[in-house]
Design a protein around this ligand. Sequence first.
Ligand SMILES: CC(=O)N[C@H]1[C@@H](OP(=O)(O)OP(=O)(O)OC[C@H]2O[C@@H](n3ccc(=O)[nH]c3=O)[C@H](O)[C@@H]2O)O[C@H](CO)[C@@H](O)[C@@H]1O[C@H](C)C(=O)N[C@@H](C)C(=O)N[C@H](CCC(=O)O)C(=O)O
Ligand SMILES: Nc1ncnc2c1ncn2[C@@H]1O[C@H](COP(=O)(O)OP(=O)(O)OP(=O)(O)O)[C@@H](O)[C@H]1O
Length: 513
Amino acid sequence: MTFRELRTQFSYKVIKGNDRRYISSVTDDSRKTEPDGIFVCLSGPCEGGEDYAREAAGRGAACIVAGPELCGLLKKNWREPGSALIETEDVRAALADLAAAWNGRPAERLEIIGITGTKGKTTTAFMLRGILERSGRKTGLIGTNGVWTGREHRSLRNTTPGALLLQELLAEMVREGCTHVVMEVSSQALKQQRTAGIRFAWGIYTNLSPDHIGAGEHADFNEYKACKMKLFGQSRRALLNGDDRYADEMSQAFSGVPLVARTEPEKGHLCDYARRLQVFGRADYRASQIRLWREPGVFGVRFWITGRFGKMECRTPLPGRFSVQNALLAASCALECGVRPEDVQKALEDVRIKGRTEVVWQDETKTVLIDYAHNAVSLQSVLCTLRSYSPRRLVCLFGCGGDRDHERREQMGEVSARFADLSIITEDNSRTEDPKQIIGEILSGIHRGSGFYRVIPDRKDAIRYALTNAKRGDVILLAGKGHEDYQETGGIRRPFSEHALVKEICQEERRNT
Ligand SMILES: CC(=O)N[C@H]1[C@@H](OP(=O)(O)OP(=O)(O)OC[C@H]2O[C@@H](n3ccc(=O)[nH]c3=O)[C@H](O)[C@@H]2O)O[C@H](CO)[C@@H](O)[C@@H]1O[C@H](C)C(=O)N[C@@H](C)C(=O)N[C@H](CCC(=O)O)C(=O)O
Ligand SMILES: Nc1ncnc2c1ncn2[C@@H]1O[C@H](COP(=O)(O)OP(=O)(O)OP(=O)(O)O)[C@@H](O)[C@H]1O
């Protein structure tokens, strides 16, 4: 296939050479360019684009696709007769189109359900995939916890992979016989056009709060919100969490009438969100009569779901109102796809998600949970939720990531000091930053709350301290690392399994008593 046959969804100008050579591959990395391949240069002149383009040409690329600025610069002395220079307005959209075409446009053969929002994407995605699979629909999954292609699980660097990898994964899912895919769609992915050209069967919205703002992520909250909204411009149907204050704005990016799912506010607590959401006087699906489901090793919830299918009672072993919201979205979408209510019930009851309010140890003294909460909103929701199960003492161990949003640090410190009885401040993935500096920033928030605290920089020592000094009735939350099996410090990722560590310490303790 030639370049001109391959691309369909973007316009371009041939600046040098021609677009009729047969193509051997598509890449966005000059170092991986193959003879006769297409190299799409995502970088501009100031980001090394000129060097990358010349390197790709040197490797025998058939076409170099670049933006107007870089093309303007390159065409002045283009001495690469074998490589066509092709100009296009939006190189990222071009990459997404070429990647899709090169992989046989797999998205057109799949029902793809995209989930976006600040929190709840992974949980909702797992719940929905669990339900679809139980109903007999072979379903792939892409998100923070990795990819399930239908045959195997692999971990991923990004929540939503870059366009090339994404299209390869979708093609693999088609080959494996998947009919459905549930995928998390991050705001960064929407900004970088990783999912451009995909027509989602459903766009699902969980919630929005300030996050991912800072260098390398979003300029401000409005940009973050605008990126999330893009999903609904490329979805055939939309399902929104009507409890969230920005649901109405999200609906404006959608051309049809979205479905709305809402949870019933607590009695006597017609709170802010319910008032704000008078715009959605209606709800297509509702969760009501929310109660705790507490059994040894289970911090769950029970609730009723009502919708046009009728009414059913559900329970799920994940705690709190936010789990009800996630479950309601997953259930509503599945029911709309024609899944039987009993399959929804069974799948929600069985759901287990690594590192999402996961009970990893319980004995006569303590209960230990691992959770991925790594911003203030999620930390507050998980702490308040655990508090509602009446622990004797709530202990929160956490740190903050380096090279990410600095505001999170003080905010998480304040939340922990306000909602936990004891905060243990330690290291998370400090990446290239100095962990002591990060801890210092957390402490300025800690001092705004009244809870006790302790600083133990080494995460292993901190966990050991929390577990071996537990008091009867403690609920210990290890927050921030969730499913991760590494810790990144000094720019290096080293193996680190919180799950294995908890088991090791608790078993050792048991042997010694
Ligand atoms: C800041 C950012 O978003 N970076 C993403 C970007 O990285 P990158 O290394 O390609 O960027 P770069 O170094 O500027 O390179 C630009 C281009 O030059 C090319 N290049 C580079 C060197 C060379 O010699 N030749 C060459 O051609 C590269 O192949 C690339 O095409 O493109 C990669 C492939 O798509 C992503 O993996 C990577 O995500 C990084 C790892 C990241 O952490 N991103 C975060 C902000 C992110 O995307 N997070 C969201 C989740 C947020 C949430 O929690 O909800 C996500 O979806 O993961
Ligand atoms: N609907 C929700 N609202 C608020 N907090 C939530 C919600 N769902 C989950 N959480 C909390 O946030 C943490 C992360 O949840 P989850 O992984 O499902 O969200 P996510 O959107 O995928 O997050 P991330 O973008 O950080 O990967 C959970 O471990 C839990 O503490």
